[in-house]
Design a protein around this ligand. Structure first.
Ligand code: ADP
Length: 814
């Protein structure tokens, strides 16, 4: 059996225990092997009956183990002074209370270990450092003396072991656990495992482990007092298991700690390297300057706390990324965006109704109803600024002043004005932006415009609401709904920004040519203000008061330098433009100004007066001739009034007959509804042939063709029914329609005339084309007061209930 060394587990190898428990100076190698390994009770030394007792504290000595001790107490020194190395046997007893300096027998446990003194070193101060080798357990039988040192009669306690399978199994398991403890204990040499394997005696194994495990002294003492090695091993196995658990746990924790230290050290190291490289390249200053500036910008933007926290987090990320990385520019762009949004920049509202009225009047001619509604709107806003005002939506053909009204509203309120056109937008991302994960992602149009105008409360015009599309990329209308909904738009979410933005201070105004195609959910949220087209005299007034002065100014001409005569303005309106608004009119006036300006600049003239006769020279040949005279006058042509996106329009409906079998053919880009109304008209003609004096036999021999010219423009709607009917009757009776008559109305199979929409625009177009009589459904009578007086002047309105009445007027038949 190997002799083994104490303090191997969980204590520093070189730690000396003195008999007072304090470490002794490390002079001796504790890995001293006893020359002759001794088991319990086996000793070659003579054991006297009465032996000297050396009290020790804080530790328990076990048989078979060697412990170093520092001896300093008087009685102990006296005992050792008489001792002879390798000859003297002493008794080691542990103190119950380590504090007592001069312990009596009562202060010591009564069971201890006999030991031989292996080595004795005298220290300069008179103390000793000794090595003792435990021999056997003993019990005090009689206390013999206390002075000069404790002496007692003892009885060696013998330990008998019977090797059973159970005990073997127990030893194997204890050894295994102990080996693992050794492996996990950083300060225990590997030889400890070898020793473990070599101890075959159960009692010796238990003592070896008891000596080396960290336990309370009382527990150690209990193990010493337990004579049955099986019980001792069992207790030790519990302690070992606990120890192993603790070790494994601490090992795990250490592993984790090391890992995180390694990682952060690695990062730190790389950062430092990066800094070094950057400073070598001279980038560091630029970089830190840039970061500093960004930090200032974030503070300056005065964004909501949550957004700011996020921005600072991104900034922190940015500071750790090399400038060359693609992510750097992504974060950089994002931060620039966030900083430049007008989180808290806004203009002060000026809500003076009188001033607003002045501005609206100064910028726009007439539009009395519209202006009144706008002023009401502003007044309510003034009285209840926090209230949810409706979203205005201007409906009307192009060039009637929708945009310029929006601008005037902005000006009168002292707000900025922005405008986006929604025409052709099909992707939700146009409104809401793309997520930052996409390359080249940007915020949506709403935030882009707000950034540009640098105000969070502009007048924001959403043009062409009727032209929004939707496809697989999502429905932009649904995003717009969120924009326009006062309940939701205080936290509008843009995909790019990924933070809510408050749009509630923005004043949205929509515009559209038609109400029809506007998505119903959007339409519901808005209050419609209609701006129908202008009559010719209105256009002349607008031209004289607004368009000409503006164009003169833009072309650097003085009022005195160019005089455009009224007749010229009329001629431009009639022959060069065909529109409900005044956009083309303004363009042509600009062309006139350009021509004159060139001449003035060449100094060939000083001033000019432009009359109708000069227009051909300046604007080229007439673009729109009155078609009335050209088209009508032949049987089979009737003039219909249509309503198109650019206002009212005249349509000449032509019918022709050719040999055939009574089929009806339709051409001219017409939609299903119009086709059906042509079929209906044809049926009404056939059904009433007799009353109409039409030769019925013709129907079997001929095919009929109804054409609606201007074939490139798609046309649809039922309102040309009356005109189609009239055209067919005119053809069959070979009687031309009155050239100064235009008509509109839907017909039923029974020959009734049903009401239609867009009457005002239609009448304006009729007036402009020189029509004298308009045939319209009787039930549209209520719309007549809406038609401007100018347009009504010299115009006759024939209100009809059925086709009979139509023919009476159009063909003069009875
Ligand atoms: P829309 O937005 O309806 O298409 P705009 O607002 O662009 O039309 O108007 C076109 C031009 O016509 C603008 O220069 C505008 O000033 C002018 N205009 C339109 N209506 C009027 C009006 N009632 N008075 C003065 N100018 C007008």
């Amino acid at each position: 059996m190997a002799s083994f060394v104490n303090n191997m587990f969980l204590m520093d190898e070189n730690e000396w225990l003195d008999e007072a428990g304090a470490p002794a100076p490390a002079e001796l190698d504790p890995f001293v092997e006893a020359e002759s390994p001794a088991g319990e009770g086996e000793t070659s030394l003579a054991l006297p009956d009465v032996i000297g007792i050396l009290p020790i504290r804080n530790t328990v000595a076990y048989p078979g183990t060697i412990i170093p001790l520092a001896v300093g107490r008087e009685r102990s020194k006296t005992l050792l002074a008489e001792a002879e190395p390798n000859a003297t046997v002493i008794g080691l007893l542990t103190q119950r209370d380590p504090e007592i300096d001069k312990p009596g027998f009562d202060d010591l446990y009564s069971v201890g270990t006999t030991a031989s003194v292996l080595k004795l070193i005298k220290m300069p101060q008179g103390s000793f450092n000794i090595f003792v080798h435990g021999i056997a357990r003993f019990r005090i039988v009689k206390r013999v003396a206390s002075e000069p040192y404790l002496r007692a009669r003892i009885k060696v306690l013998s330990v008998k072991t019977r090797m059973t399978k159970q005990l073997q199994a127990l030893m194997v398991s204890v050894r295994q656990t102990a080996n693992r403890v050794v492996a996990l204990s950083p300060n225990v040499p590997e030889e400890a495992s070898v020793l473990l394997e070599n101890i075959e005696e159960p009692s010796a194994l238990a003592d070896y482990l008891a000596a080396n495990l960290s336990m309370d002294v009382s527990e150690k003492q209990a193990l010493l007092e337990e004579l049955d090695p099986v019980k001792r091993l069992e207790r030790i196995s519990v302690v070992l298991a606990h120890q192993l658990e603790v070790l494994e746990l601490s090992h795990k924790i250490q592993g984790r700690v090391r890992e995180s230290i390694d990682k952060s050290q690695r990062e730190y190291f790389l950062q430092e390297q990066l800094k070094a490289i950057q400073s070598e390249l001279g980038q560091q200053d630029v970089r830190s300057e840039e970061l500093k500036e960004l930090r200032q910008n974030i503070a300056k933007a005065r964004m909501p706390k949550k957004v700011e926290t996020e921005a600072l987090r991104e900034l922190d990320r940015l500071s750790k990324i090399p400038a060359a990385s693609p992510e750097y520019s992504v974060i950089r762009t994002y931060l620039d965006w966030v900083c430049e949004l007008p989180w808290s920049i806004q203009t002060e509202d000026r809500l003076e109704i009188n001033k607003a009225e002045r501005i609206l009047n100064r910028d726009h001619y007439d539009l009395v109803k519209v202006k009144k509604r706008i002023l009401e709107f502003l007044a309510v806003r003034k009285l209840n600024p926090k209230g949810k005002s409706p979203i205005l939506c201007f409906i009307g053909p192009p060039g009637v002043g929708k945009t310029s009204l929006g601008k005037s509203i902005a000006r009168s309120m002292g707000r900025k004005f922005v405008r986006i056109s929604l025409g052709g937008i099909r992707d939700e991302a146009d409104i809401r932006g793309h997520r930052r994960t996409y390359i080249g992602a940007l915020p949506g149009r709403i935030l882009q415009e707000l950034r540009k105008c640098r105000s969070r409360n502009p007048v924001f015009m959403l043009d062409e609401l009727d032209k929004i599309g939707a496809d697989f990329r999502g429905d932009p209308a649904s995003a717009l709904l969120e924009v326009l909904d006062p309940e939701q738009n205080n936290s509008f979410s843009d995909h790019y920004l990924d933070q809510p933005f408050d749009l509630s201070a923005v004043m949205f105004i929509g515009t559209a040519n038609y109400t029809g195609p506007i998505p119903p959910a959007l339409f519901d949220r808005m209050e419609v203000i209609e701006l129908p087209g202008y009559t010719e005299p209105e256009k002349v007034s607008i031209a004289k008061r607004y368009l000409i002065p503006r164009q003169l100014k833009e072309h650097g001409l003085k009022k005195t330098q160019l005089n455009i005569k009224d007749e010229a303005i009329h001629a431009i309106i009639r022959s060069y433009t065909r529109e409900a608004g005044v956009r083309n009119l303004e363009r042509h006036i600009a062309a006139v100004c350009r021509a004159v300006a060139t001449k003035v600049a060449r100094a060939s003239i000083r001033r000019a007066t432009v009359g109708a006769k000069h227009l051909a020279d300046i604007l080229g040949p007439v673009q729109h001739e009155s078609e009335l005279a050209l088209r009508t006058g032949i049987p089979g042509v009737a003039t219909a009034l249509a309503y198109t996106p650019v206002g009212g329009e005249l349509l000449f409906i032509e019918s022709a007959a050719m040999p055939g079998k009574g089929h009806l053919q339709l051409t001219g880009q017409i939609g299903d509804v119009m086709k059906e109304s042509a079929q209906a008209a044809f049926s009404v003609v056939k059904a009433n042939a007799k009353t109409l004096d039409i030769d019925e036999s013709q129907f079997g021999k001929s095919d009929y063709h109804v054409h609606v010219p201007a074939g490139a423009i798609p046309k649809d709607g039922p309102s040309a029914g009356v005109a189609m009917f009239t055209s067919l009757v005119s053809l069959l009776l070979k009687k031309p329609v009155r050239p100064d008559v235009a008509m509109t109305g839907e017909i039923t199979l029974r020959g009734l005339v049903l009401p239609i929409g867009g009457l005002k625009e239609k009448v304006l177009a009729a007036k402009q084309a020189g029509i004298k009589t308009v045939i319209l459904p009787a039930r549209n009578k209520k719309d007549i007061p809406d038609i401007p007086e100018e347009a009504k002047k010299g115009m006759e309105f024939a209100l009809v209930k059925n086709t009979q009445e139509v023919l009476k007027i159009a063909l003069d038949v009875n």
